[in-house]
Each structure stands twice: as C-alpha cells, then as structure tokens.
Design a protein around this ligand. Structure first.
Ligand code: SAM
Ligand code: DTB
Ligand code: SF4
Length: 343
C-alpha cells in the first residue's frame, strides 16, 4: 500500500508515544479503520511443541534451563498430539496454529519432524506459524517447502536495551533470521515485549526498528511481560496500562497494514483494557487457555468479550468446514486439548 513508510525516525515515533492519550487513540483508530475491518479480530492458538530446557538466557523466559521456574524440560511432542490439538483449536474457532519450541535454533534432524507437523496442520485448513529460534537459510527453505505460512521471531526490545535482557545471542542474529525467512517468501511475525523495565524512548526504539525492516512484519505481536517467579525479570516495576495501550496505538500507526497482536499478558488485563487495545488498533489475539507455558484467558471469556464488544473472529476465506466445526463447544474442546498434552 502506498502510505507504508519505512523511514520513521525514532524522534517521530517517540513524539507519537508522547501525544495526549485521546489524540493518539483518535489517530491510531483512524489508521486502523482505513486499513482494516475495525470489528474483526484474527485468532491464533499456540502450542508448545517442545517445552523447557532451553540453553538461552532470555531474562523474561520461564523456559530457560538456567532459571528455576518449575517448567520441566520435555521432548518434542508426537505428531498425533499436535494434530489433535490443532483440530481442537480449529473447532474452537482459531484460524492459525502457532507451534513454539524452546530451542536456540532447531537441529537439522528436527526440521523434518516440524515439517510433518506443518503439513498436517495445513491439511486441516488452518494457517501455520512456527517459532523455533534462529534459522539458517536452508532451514527456512525447508519450512517454506513444507507450507509454513508465518515464522515468528521477535526483536523483543530496542537494540540498546537488548543486551540487558539477552546475552546468549545478538540483535543482529535476530535480524539475520528474519532476512532468511523473508528471502524464502514466508510471512514474518515479529514484535516484542514491553514492561521489562525499558524506557518510553526504548519502546519507541523497538517500534522504529520494526517499522524500518525491509517489509513490515505481517503480524506484530506486542507482548506485555508475564512475570514468572524464578526469572531475572520477576519483580520488575509494572508498566502503566495506558503506556501499553500507547504502544499498541503507535504500532498501528507506524505499521498500518500489519496485524497487531495483543499477545502475552492478556490474562492479567481487564476487559476494559483489552477493549482500549482493540480500539487503538490491535486486531489479533492468542486464543486458548495456555500460551506456551503460562495462562491465557478462557475461550469462553474471550467469546463473551467479543460478543460484548461486537467483535467477530476473522475467518480464512473459502473455509466452509470451519463453521461446522466451530459448533463444538469451545470450553470443552480446550480442556480436552490440555488433557491430550498432559497425558
Ligand atoms: N525459542 C524461540 C525464540 O526465542 O525465538 C521461540 C519461543 S519464545 C518463547 C517466543 C517469544 O515469546 C519470545 O521471543 C518472547 O518475545 C515471548 N515471551 C517469552 N516469554 C515471555 C514472557 N514471560 N512474557 C512475554 N513474552 C514472552
Ligand atoms: C509471541 O510474541 N508471544 C508468544 C508467541 N510469540 C510464541 C509467546 C508468549 C509466551 C509467554 C510465556 C509463556 O507462556 O511461556
Ligand atoms: Fe529459549 Fe526462546 Fe525462552 Fe529465549 S525466549 S529462553 S530462546 S525459549
């Protein structure tokens, strides 16, 4: 689209974050309406296909082996379990299934196993997303060949704050992985985390970096830090909720055509705060009672919130099977999926 800019300066982005709240929301909402159906929200369900035991040191993450968080290391889930969870996520109304692995990067022997999962989930008529850590060009190619629609790899924060949060890999590593993903033609899902003790200027730095990528990421997850006991960031001063809304609003303004996802942290947000985020331009959520290892709102609560706000879940064009499947009662489905994973 012609009004997409890739040359936002950090000062310009900061000036947006500094606007009076009503002015910022009015501007973000106008951009939102110009590019999207303001009452449609895309829903993705996450599944941790390989939990815990990660060698990295990301200070926010409950899955890093070096922190005592109570998350146990598990093996890669069997294909059948992944298919069953995807089937149930679809029945509950999700259109995208995102598979996450607690890896620094996949081993080459893991790639065909994940490729089989991607093929099977695509065959159900769902969009696929994976987040497996850093990828080589060859690995990106193999995932693309399997039909992967999106690859999630976050920049997490501003370049200059990054080293305070993660020391086991560089910002440039992340940019390189994103370049490999773009090169093979996959869509990128890339955002960050706020509430890690960064300044407003650093939040501007994250958004400016995202908006300066060669293509704006098609999905931009904005996570609010989920503080997990045992991680170095547990106990961080909580971010002002209005500051979170401002971050969503500015993401919407600087990446107008992208899907902005209200991601981790929703379980701790009021309905009113989420409604403000949707007004500010968020148009995607993670749906289902679990993110990777931490909690997310009940599907029933989300369905009620959507109904109260007059929001409808986005559908994949040309998927008549989706509607029939969604008659299955969503909260039962979600519980069954958790049973499959823990069995
Ligand atoms: N291991 C892979 C990686 O780091 O790229 C994929 C999984 S990792 C858990 C995916 C993303 O989840 C991270 O980049 C981070 O943005 C987000 N995340 C992890 N722990 C979080 C937390 N406690 N609060 C908010 N977001 C979190
Ligand atoms: C993203 O940006 N947020 C999701 C997804 N991409 C993979 C992960 C959130 C994880 C929250 C902590 C947990 O549940 O372990
Ligand atoms: Fe590992 Fe990803 Fe967690 Fe970092 S965010 S510790 S790479 S699972």
């Amino acid at each position: 689209m012609s009004d997409l800019r890739h040359d936002w300066s950090r000062d310009e982005v900061l000036a947006l974050l500094d606007l009076p709240f009503a002015d910022l929301l009015q501007r973000a909402h106008a951009v939102h309406r110009a590019h999207h159906d303001a009452n449609a929200v895309q829903v993705s369900t996450l599944l941790s296909i390989k939990t815990g035991g990660c060698p990295e040191d990301c200070a926010y993450c409950p899955q890093a082996a070096r922190y005592s968080t109570g998350v146990k290391a598990e093996k890669l889930l069997p294909l059948e379990t992944v298919i069953e969870c995807a089937r149930q996520a679809k029945a509950a109304g999700a259109t995208r299934f995102c598979m996450g692995a607690a890896w620094r990067s996949p081993k080459d022997r893991d790639v065909p196993k994940v490729a089989a999962m991607i093929r099977a989930v695509n065959a159900l008529g769902m969009e696929t997303c994976a987040t497996l850590g850093m990828l080589s060009g060859e690995q990106a190619e193999a995932l693309q060949a399997a039909g992967l629609d999106y690859y999630n790899h976050n920049l997490d924060t501003a370049p200059e704050f990054y080293g305070d949060v993660i020391k086991t890999r560089e910002y440039q590593d992340r940019l390189d992985t994103l370049a490999h993903v773009r090169k093979v033609g996959m869509k990128t899902c890339c955002g960050g985390i706020v509430g890690m003790g960064e300044s407003r200027d650093q939040r501007a730095g994250l958004l400016q970096t995202l908006a300066s990528l060669p293509d704006h990421p098609q999905s931009v997850p904005i996570n609010r830090l989920v503080q997990v006991e045992g991680t170095p960031l547990a106990g961080t001063v909580l971010l002002d909720p209005f500051e979170f809304v401002r971050t969503i609003a500015v993401a919407r303004i600087v990446m107008p055509a992208s899907m902005v996802r209200l991601s981790a942290g929703r379980a701790e947000m009021s309905d009113e705060l989420q409604a403000l985020c949707f007004f500010a331009g968020a148009n995607s959520i993670f749906y289902g009672e679990k993110l990777l290892t931490t909690g997310n709102p009940d599907v029933l609560a989300d369905q009620q919130l959507f109904a109260r706000l007059g929001i409808h879940a986005m559908q994949i064009a040309g998927d008549p099977a989706g509607d029939a499947a969604r008659t299955v009662h969503a909260d039962i489905v979600d519980r069954e999926c958790r049973e499959v994973v823990t069995a």
